[in-house]
Design a binder for this molecule. Structure first.
Ligand SMILES: Cc1ncc(C[n+]2csc(CCOP(=O)(O)OP(=O)(O)O)c2C)c(N)n1
Ligand SMILES: [Mg+2]
Length: 573
């Protein structure tokens, strides 16, 4: 054989790190990557795209990371974020920590520099000991040094991300790994298809019985649904459990729509009453963290309270208060076991309790109703949200992304949700910046139209991704509640000509931004204009940004959580 032919034949029998990583991801059904290119992963992105993986290229890794995190939440498969070393890795790390805190499965894959140089701290290009830095912020962190270990490395990352309580995983891939070659057949054999990545965890029968005994003894029971319950995709079983029990339920923000907010048992509009007056509370995939006032204090009233908790993480039990009936297992298995244990003639709670909850709920709803119908210009939150509430009611399949302070708190209360996993928001940390990343991933993963309701400050954290939305022609309609600032647009600095720290340029026109990228921009000054513009956008599917002009005085400091601002006895200046 001629030399050239020998060389070609030899090459055909070889594979490399680039291809083994791609093959390992594809073998496990991970077909979308969210990231930002650069050394050492630029060619990897190109090759992944050529191999049929969807590679969504962002303007900043943090947004790609948030996209990956919510893709994980929506699909129960780890969302993949791909970054370059040091600065790109750090930009992605916030999202990895966010995924871990929110229990979303995600894998941050970052290229890294030469190990030998990094470890001797000799100043390599983008030098950083990324593995060490990632470790405290995620569930697990791995590094692959040899092409032959790529299969097992990816498998470990997947399993760590989705099994038990899901979370973020870091996978460190040094630059040299991508170019390493090995025998193609051995390479194929080294790949691992993860079997049963999130095995069912069946609750102990005694734990189920204990929980049902406590529930049966209740006079004023309450079920709280958290985003863990929504993540579980056990929608039918959860609905059956709630309906069969006859117990009022309170959905946490991202659990809204698991059962419709308009369901007769929904206590969303009677939140303070049910927290105070309930005697037995069953938490399903909800944690007693700050969002539930840690299960104690004023919000929970004086009367003694018993908690039943369903969670996959045993350490969650007794985290803040005593849990009298812990049920540890995956939500689907636990809810099914409870349903089975309830049998055919489960007694409804004493009738005065659901009646009292319904009365309170109806009072609150009718108090709010007239405020939602105002057509004031400039708009207030209620006028603008009244319009959006109807638009979502008419499109229950659409995905609502929501961030801000007043924009978040008021939208959460006013916009009813009708289907599971349609409301995506700031989550456990109350983080600003998830908006465009979430919107992009929601559109990509579900193919559904997305409505992003954004405070003007919140939007700014990821605003550059409107270019990404236009580039991929995604059906995303962004509504910016523009009140000229953070919480309000009315602060003044009495000392110098600098604007107050919470203020933005007055009368900004965010709609002009998207026009620069070929999207549709609209300036809406009244609820009527807003309604027309959002309807048009949701119907056309064209990337649209609506600048909704809000009264700068309409909001309040920190929205609903102003009480968390530290206070001093010395009077404020
Ligand atoms: C990453 C991050 N940085 C800062 C904050 C603090 N913060 C909370 S809400 C908010 C913005 C609120 O203003 P806006 O989005 O305009 O909503 P509005 O209340 O004006 O409707 C900020 C900066 C945060 N939650 N997360
Ligand atoms: Mg604002």
């Amino acid at each position: 054989m001629a030399d050239a032919a020998v060389k070609i034949e030899a090459e055909q029998d070889l594979t490399d790190g680039f291809h083994l990583i791609i093959d390992a991801l594809k073998l496990n059904g991970l077909n979308t990557i969210y990231g930002v290119p650069g050394i050492p992963i630029t060619d990897f992105g190109r090759m992944a795209q050529a191999a049929g993986i969807r590679v969504i290229s962002f303007r900043h890794e943090q947004n790609a990371g948030y996209a990956a995190s919510i893709a994980g939440y929506l699909t129960k498969k780890p969302g993949i974020c791909l970054t370059v070393s040091a600065p790109g890795f750090l930009n992605g790390l916030t999202a990895l920590a966010h995924a871990t805190t929110n229990c979303f499965p995600m894998i941050l894959i970052s290229g890294s520099s030469e190990r030998e140089i990094v470890d001797l701290q000799q100043g390599d290009y983008e030098e950083m000991d990324q593995l060490a830095i990632a470790k405290p912020l995620c569930k697990a962190a791995f590094r692959v040094l040899h092409a032959a270990d790529i299969g097992i490395g990816v498998a470990r990352a997947i399993r760590a991300a989705v099994s038990g309580r899901p979370g973020g995983v870091y996978l460190d891939l040094p630059a040299k790994l991508f170019g390493q070659v090995m025998d193609a057949e051995a390479g194929q054999k080294s790949l691992v298809k993860v079997i049963d990545a999130a095995p069912a965890q069946i609750p102990a029968p005694a734990a189920v019985k204990r929980a049902l005994d406590v529930l049966k003894s209740a006079k004023r029971p309450l079920i709280i649904l958290g985003k863990g319950a929504a993540y579980a995709q056990a929608d039918d079983a959860i609905r059956s459990l709630v309906e069969k029990s006859g117990i009022p339920f309170l959905p946490m923000s991202m659990a809204k729509g698991l059962l419709p907010d308009t369901h007769p048992q929904c206590a969303g509009a009677a939140r303070s009453t049910v927290l105070k007056d309930s005697d037995v509370v069953m938490l399903i995939g909800a944690r007693l963290n700050w969002l539930l006032s840690h299960g104690k204090g004023k919000a929970w009233g004086e009367a003694p309270k018993k908690f039943i908790q369903i969670d996959i993480e045993p350490k969650e039990m007794d985290s803040n208060v005593e849990i009298v009936a812990p049920v540890v297992g995956d939500i689907g298995s636990c809810v099914s076991a409870l349903l089975q244990g309830m049998g055919g003639n489960w007694p409804a709670p004493p009738a005065d309790w659901p009646a009292a909850v319904t009365k309170k709920r109806e009072e609150n709803v009718s108090k709010m109703a007239p405020r939602l119908m105002n057509n004031n210009s400039p708009m207030d939150y209620h006028g603008a949200l009244g319009v959006l509430r109807t638009i979502v009611k008419e499109r229950p399949h659409a995905i609502l992304v929501n961030e801000g302070a007043n924009t978040l708190d008021l939208a959460r209360g006013i916009i009813d949700m009708y289907q599971p996993r349609k409301r995506l928001d700031v989550g456990t940390w109350g983080i600003m910046g998830i908006g465009m990343g979430y919107s992009i991933a929601a559109a990509i993963e579900t193919g559904k139209p997305v409505l992003a309701v954004e405070g003007d400050s919140a939007f700014g954290f990821s605003g550059m991704e409107v270019e990404t939305i236009c580039r991929y022609k995604l059906p995303v309609c962004i509504v910016i509640f523009n009140n000229d600032g953070i919480y309000r647009g009315t602060d003044v600095n009495s000392v110098s000509s600098d604007p107050a720290p919470t203020m933005f340029v007055k009368g900004s026109r965010y709609d002009k931004m998207i026009e620069g990228f070929g999207g549709v921009g609209v300036n809406a000054t009244s609820p009527d204009e807003l309604k027309r513009a959002v309807n048009a956008a949701m119907d056309s599917g064209k990337p649209t940004l609506i600048n909704a002009v809000l009264d700068p005085a309409a909001g309040s400091e920190s929205g609903r959580i102003g009480n968390l601002n530290p206070q001093s006895k010395i009077r404020k200046k």
